[in-house]
Design a protein around this ligand. Structure first.
Ligand code: NAG
Ligand code: NAG
Ligand code: NAG
Ligand code: NAG
Ligand code: NAG
Ligand code: NAG
Length: 334
């Protein structure tokens, strides 16, 4: 064996071993992400909740986050803080985790301030839930830049102002929940045309007002909840026997329309119309649907409750306080 080959072999072996040791001791975590996470921790005043975020350890092993699992992408893809004893604002540095797909802040009473603009940088974000916090300010217009968003849930916060019409530009949005805030104004006209699938829409417990855009009638919502707002006027366009709607909750508004026009599909399960000014009578066609939850109390309905289907499985409280509804489960018609 000649010395040259031997030396090359030895060198290769050494190189390989050094490399291996390096790889083993090295973090799986991306160094930029690690620095960003440590800034986030600092900006939240190093809460005990983030004790596992130890600079000496691999950040992909820290609690409340997840890294991608391919060698090509070990970047932080998910950050989820729930029921945390954290005080302060959403750290703007969150926007510097460029591969984030999922971001959750939930049940954090002392989280205050506004949704930072830096979130608009998270171009891979698919799932954003900010819920049960004391975050204030508007529902930001810039969320419409997050074109990969599938799930947007900003419920149970202190958000105010109106709903940005640009949210309807989100091509893949399947869930939009803005309920339990202090939102005012109307439902944007643009909500009659989402480019992709029609999202489930939850806007309950706000101070939204006005009549709802006619264009919403073009959409086939699976679920729409507009309850406990100050909406007026017609909502009959939401109904339609040819749609595949499962749930409509319009309760506790000031809607006024003739129920006669409200045909429901045979996929229908949940209908709550209580506390409005709805007139007319209950369509006979409603006996054909597998209703699970049903309430038309406190309206101005009249006439005989059709017999059959599920309609007599609900008690009188589902029907009481109307103008002149009659028949089971209410009193007999005169
Ligand atoms: C929220 O902040 C208040 C006042 O700073 C503090 O007394 C309280 O313990 C905090 N609560 C939580 C859940 O962090
Ligand atoms: C907001 O803060 C108040 C008082 O600090 C607290 O009582 C309330 O529970 C908080 N809201 C949420 C949704 O955490
Ligand atoms: C939306 O979803 C479809 C199908 O899941 C996907 O092909 C498309 O790339 C997505 N569009 C965006 C902008 O994320
Ligand atoms: C949004 O979050 C709230 C509270 O965390 C939850 O109750 C609600 O079901 C969520 N909405 C959707 C559409 O998942
Ligand atoms: C519903 O579908 C039926 C059968 O396809 C059709 O005849 C009817 O015109 C449709 N009704 C509406 C309101 O689109
Ligand atoms: C219907 O709504 C009314 C008014 O909120 C309520 O009192 C009643 O218990 C509800 N009935 C059913 C069956 O849900």
């Amino acid at each position: 064996m000649d010395h040259k080959t031997n030396a090359t072999l030895l060198f290769s072996l050494l190189f390989f071993v050094t490399h291996l040791t390096n790889a083993l001791s090295k973090d799986l975590c991306n160094q930029n992400d690690k620095n960003t996470l440590l800034k986030i921790k600092k900006s939240l005043n190093n809460p005990r909740y983030l004790a596992s975020w130890d600079p000496e350890s691999d950040c992909c092993a820290w609690n409340y986050l997840e890294c991608g699992d391919t060698t090509a992408n070990r970047r932080v893809i998910s950050l989820t803080m729930i029921s945390a004893q954290i005080s302060g604002q959403i750290p703007p540095e969150v926007g510097d985790l460029p591969y984030l797909q999922k971001l959750v802040f939930r049940k954090i009473t002392n989280l205050t301030g506004q949704i930072p603009h830096s979130i608009a940088k998270l171009k891979y974000l698919r799932f954003f839930r900010l819920s049960w916090t004391n975050v204030t300010g508007p529902v930001p217009e810039f969320l419409s830049q997050l074109i990969n968003l599938v799930y947007l849930n900003l419920s149970f916060n202190e958000l105010s102002g109106s709903i940005p019409s640009s949210l309807s530009l989100l091509p893949n949005l399947s869930y939009l929940d803005l309920s339990r805030n202090k939102l005012t104004g109307t439902i944007p006209e643009s909500f009659g045309s989402f480019p992709g699938e029609v999202p489930d829409l939850f806007l309950s417990h706000n101070q939204l007002s006005g009549s709802i855009p006619k264009s919403l009638g073009n959409l086939d919502f699976n679920r729409i909840d507009l309850s406990r707002n100050k909406f007026v006027g017609d909502a009959s366009m939401l109904f339609g026997a040819n749609k595949t709607t499962f749930c409509i909750d319009l309760s506790r508004n000031m809607f006024q329309f003739d129920l006669y026009r409200a045909e429901i599909p045979n996929t229908f399960g949940i209908l709550d119309l209580n506390h409005n000014g709805i007139t007319g009578s209950i369509p006979v066609q409603w006996t054909e649907t597998p209703l699970q939850i049903f309430n038309v109390s406190y309206n101005r309905l009249c006439g005989r409750i059709p017999t059959g289907g599920k309609l007599q499985t609900f008690d009188s409280y589902a029907y009481f306080h109307n103008k002149c509804l009659c028949g089971a489960p209410l009193d007999r018609c005169k």
